[in-house]
Design a protein around this ligand. Structure first.
Ligand code: NAI
Length: 248
C-alpha cells in the first residue's frame, strides 16, 4: 500500500535508527518533507546515524533535540515552523529502556525512563500544538508492556501505559482541529532495543506469541503510515496492537 504525503511536513522523534528511521524513510518515500531528530550522545553515534538516514531522504532537516528537555523541544518546533511553515505529522517514537526489578530499581532509573518516554511525548505534543495544521496526525509509540506490565519493566511499562492515556486525552482536546491522535503498541520487534535480550527471555517471550516470531520494523512502519494517512481520518484515540497476538 502506498500513501500520498506530498505537501505534508513530518517529524519523527528519535529517527536516527530503528523503527523511527523506518517511519521517517517511509513518510519521505510518500512525499512528505521530513525532519530527522536525534539526541546527542558522548560518542556522536546518534548524530552520525541521523546523517546517514538524512542522506537517504529528499530535502531533509536534521535537528538535535533531547525530547526530555522542554526548552529543546520548544526550539525544535519553532525551527520546524520557521523552515517548513508548520507541521502535519508528529510521530513520538523516541524511547529508552532501563530494565530492573522494582526491588533493585533506582529512582534515577525510574525517572530517566519516565522523562524520555512519557514526559518527552508530552513535551512534543504540547510544543507542536501551535504549529500543527488542521487534519494533522499524531502517532505515539506505546508498547505491549504498557498493557501487560512485563516483568522488570516498572518504569518502561508505566511510561507506555501513560502514553496510552495521554493519547486519549490528546485525541479529545485536538479533535476540534480534526487532528487525529493514536498510539501503536508493538510487541517484540527486531531492533537494537531487543537485540541484547537473553536467549532465555526470547524463548519465553515467543512461547506467548501466537504467530511465533518477532515482528519486523516494517510491521510497525506500515501501521504508522496507515494511521498518518487520509484513510485513517475517522480513527482517533485508539491503540493499534502490532504484536503477533501477544496481547489480545
Ligand atoms: P531504538 O533504541 O533502536 O531507537 C530509539 C530511538 O530513540 C534512538 O534513535 C534513540 O537515539 C532515540 N532517543 C532516545 N532518547 C532520546 C531522547 N531523549 N530524545 C530524542 N531521541 C531519543 O528503539 P526502537 O526499537 O526503534 O524503538 C522505537 C520506539 O518503539 C520506542 O519508543 C520503543 O519503546 C518502542 N517499542 C519498541 C519495541 C521493540 O520491540 N523494539 C516494542 C514496543 C515498543
Amino acid at each position: 500500500m502506498s500513501y500520498d504525503f506530498s505537501g505534508k511536513v513530518a517529524l519523527v522523534t528519535g529517527s536516527s535508527r530503528g523503527i523511527g528511521a523506518g517511519i521517517i524513510q517511509a513518510l519521505n518515500a510518500g512525499g512528505a518533507r521530513c525532519i530527522v531528530n536525534f539526541v546527542a550522545d558522548p560518542q556522536g553515534r546518534n548524530e552520525e546515524d541521523a546523517r546517514k538516514v538524512a542522506e537517504t531522504l529528499q530535502d531533509p532537516l536534521v535537528i538535535e533535540c533531547n525530547v526530555g528537555e522542554a526548552s529543546q523541544v520548544e526550539a525544535m518546533m519553532r525551527r520546524i515552523a520557521e523552515e517548513c511553515g508548520g507541521l502535519d505529522i508528529l510521530v513520538n517514537n523516541a524511547g529508552i529502556l532501563r530494565d530492573r526489578t522494582i526491588k533493585k530499581m533506582t529512582t534515577e532509573e525510574w525517572e530517566s525512563v519516565l522523562r524520555v518516554n512519557l514526559t518527552g511525548t508530552f513535551h512534543c505534543i504540547q510544543q507542536a500544538q501551535p504549529f500543527l495544521r488542521p487534519e494533522g496526525r499524531i502517532v505515539s509509540l506505546a508498547s505491549v508492556s504498557g498493557q501487560l506490565g512485563l516483568f522488570g519493566q516498572a518504569n518502561y511499562a508505566a511510561s507506555k501505559a501513560g502514553i496510552i492515556a495521554l493519547t486519549k486525552v490528546t485525541a479529545r482536546e485536538f479533535a476540534r482541529q480534526r487532528i487525529t491522535v493514536n498510539a501503536i503498541a508493538p510487541g517484540f520487534i527486531q531492533t537494537e532495543m531487543t537485540r541484547d535480550l537473553p536467549e532465555e527471555v526470547v524463548k519465553k517471550a515467543l512461547a506467548d506469541v501466537p504467530l511465533g516470531h518477532f515482528g519486523e520494523i516494517a510491521d510497525v512502519v506500515n501501521t504508522a503510515l496507515f494511521l498518518c494517512s487520509q484513510d485513517a481520518r475517522y480513527i482517533t484515540g485508539q491503540v493499534l496492537n502490532v504484536n503477533g497476538g501477544f496481547f489480545m
